[in-house]
Design a protein around this ligand. Sequence first.
Ligand SMILES: *[C@@H]1O[C@H](CO)[C@@H](O)[C@H](O)[C@H]1NC(C)=O
Ligand SMILES: *[C@@H]1O[C@H](CO)[C@@H](O)[C@H](O)[C@H]1NC(C)=O
Ligand SMILES: *[C@@H]1O[C@H](CO)[C@@H](O)[C@H](O)[C@H]1NC(C)=O
Ligand SMILES: *[C@@H]1O[C@H](CO)[C@@H](O)[C@H](O)[C@H]1NC(C)=O
Length: 266
Amino acid sequence: MISTPILALVGTAALAGVAAQEVHNGITFEVQWTNTSDVLTTAVKDAYEDAAAEQATARLQAAIAATGIDSDCVAANNTPSGLYAFKDCIAGENPDNFYGLLADDLTEANTFWASVIANSTTDRTQWVAARTYVTGYFGAALSASEFAIWTASPFSDAEDLHSNPEHYFYNSTVTGTTQNAIIFEGWGGVLSDFGVKRTNFSVPGYSTPDFGSADYPEEWSISDDFPLAYQGIGPKILSDGTTFGVLHIAVRDVAATNSTPAGVQI
Ligand SMILES: *[C@@H]1O[C@H](CO)[C@@H](O)[C@H](O)[C@H]1NC(C)=O
Ligand SMILES: *[C@@H]1O[C@H](CO)[C@@H](O)[C@H](O)[C@H]1NC(C)=O
Ligand SMILES: *[C@@H]1O[C@H](CO)[C@@H](O)[C@H](O)[C@H]1NC(C)=O
Ligand SMILES: *[C@@H]1O[C@H](CO)[C@@H](O)[C@H](O)[C@H]1NC(C)=O
């Protein structure tokens, strides 16, 4: 029964001559904006990463020229791999240097989010989720439980800092089942109307959600297909102590079908 819609989707895609998924390092990925919407037929990852790398490289070059910080770090080009080497050079000098380089961006972001918060008058049950569903068909190479463990490991911090073009600082520590993180990253998206807001915030107390509580209303609960054990949630708090959002990540195993290997959906 379950394979029927998937076979129909593959058939439609083949007929239209478009690939309803994207492939990276041999792994097929499907992206959906909601859990019931169609799989995107245009690849998003590379175009987004390219645009983000161009913006971040230009901003860091201008900041180095203006501040003189890390002036021996030079970007070979503004592609993602050029940016990652450029960021590694800066982080190699001192991971905190991103704060000095992008001090103006921090101020701009804090002002912007203060205005968003001041304009936000609804209670939490009315907050709008900005979710994306990504399914990666890794076969036996990755399970939901392994992904959940990896996200709470230092390997995940290092990878985010190195190869996420919107990250400038990422440090998390795990105590028991709770993760506390300090993150400095671009929010708003490189293609949005209001542009990138490079925001420094903490996510304290990131742990298994208790939906139906004052902090995490029942309205935020997603499908039971995502085991609570593989979900994490925590507030996103600006340096002045105000909350400007909530981070919620969930992962589940997706069973193999006749046409797809097993996968994980995040
Ligand atoms: C908040 O509302 C004011 C008044 O309508 C508006 O000028 C401002 O742009 C809003 N802030 C944001 C971040 O949208
Ligand atoms: C991350 O935080 C831990 C605990 O506060 C600290 O020991 C470590 O040096 C920090 N790492 C970086 C890169 O700042
Ligand atoms: C989609 O998500 C909503 C909540 O976000 C949930 O109630 C619903 O069961 C989900 N539907 C499917 C098909 O997973
Ligand atoms: C960044 O955020 C962390 C956590 O709130 C805070 O300790 C730190 O002082 C902030 N750094 C700057 C430069 O605002």
